[in-house]
Design a protein around this ligand. Sequence first.
Ligand SMILES: Cc1ncc(COP(=O)(O)O)c(C=O)c1O
Length: 403
Amino acid sequence: MKQEQLVELAKEYGTPLYIYDGNIILQRYKELFNFIKWPKLEIFYAMKANYNIGILRLLKDADAKVDIVSPAEAILCLEIGFSPENLLFTANNITEKEMHEVHKLGLLFNIGSLSRLEKYGKAFPGSKVCIRFNPDVVAGSHVNIQTGGNITKFGILMQDVQEVKKIIQSYNLTVVGLHEHTGSGIAETEKVYQSMTNLLSIAKAENFPDLEFIDFGGGLKVPYHPDERRIDYLKFGEIISEIFSDFCKNYGKKLVLRFEPGKYIVTESGYLIVQVNTFKNNRGRLIVGTNSGFPQLIRPSFYNAYHHIANLTNPDGEMQKYDICGNICETGDVFASQRDLPEVRIGDYLVLENAGAYCYSMGGIYNLRAMPSEVLFYKGKAHLIRKQLTNEELVKQILQDSS
Ligand SMILES: Cc1ncc(COP(=O)(O)O)c(C=O)c1O
């Protein structure tokens, strides 16, 4: 979006403010079908990246399916009209109550531990299931989002495939899908191919004769830094299709190929606009205070992630280095350290870019500051898709929940 548009919306709706560009979301979703030309491709949007219902509705209208990780995510999707067949529930350390709750909703379970598989089989013998394996490949842009290899709670080890088969047989379960998720923000495409090859090596008809799909998870990276190059997803798609096609020939059936990207679909659509309210010069270190903070965009603090920042209201100012801080009572409440920016003045609007994925959705109200409003800009119009609570509303909600 143009900088003037962002400033206009910031003035109209107030800051801090999340803005999402709906055209980018649809473009990213749809282009995956051009890149990965497998005729039976299904894209499940990982809604944990951004669960705003304006975004979910946009993707639903484009026929997207959804990767679900909690009962509330399932209920929300059903509530806005997704059908259960278009949702996959990737159960991670769930309780018995949650298992029954989601089963009642009619979702297919993707099970990533032997103990849960056993419990699921006992509770619902004769059901269909998807099994999540650990791909034994370590990849992802930060250790907290690498989900393969030994040091992870996710997935069943591939060496345990015989154990899986025993449980399946005991409870007469039908394995209709296999799943893996290697990590988030994977820069090395070879690691994705390796993960696929690993999972496909156990996806034989003699192990799992009833497969309908294989789901290779999310992890498709988009550039965050202006110097970063975009991965050649056309080439990626060709290689993926080739690997999968060879597999299907051996398996004897053209299976559905699934991916479940979150970041790829929504990251680049999002902007967080903040306003500068304080300025300090600590013996030469220039410290900028803004009206947002890490509970509203945690990726820099939690993953040491880079979010590009621009000064919307003084783009031609003299370049200087700044620490861009938030309004939270924590020293680590810093969006960017020693970042080169055009002169930052009190009252300037700054934009943190690529704020569409794992920003609002990972947010909270630490220090009792309500999450910002969210605006969806689509077909030339801005739609307020969630309103920031006033301080009074926030406190009322807390009092209500606590009484
Ligand atoms: C099981 C699973 N699928 C998909 C995703 C989406 O990953 P990304 O947003 O990197 O595409 C995640 C992210 O954590 C995940 O855990």
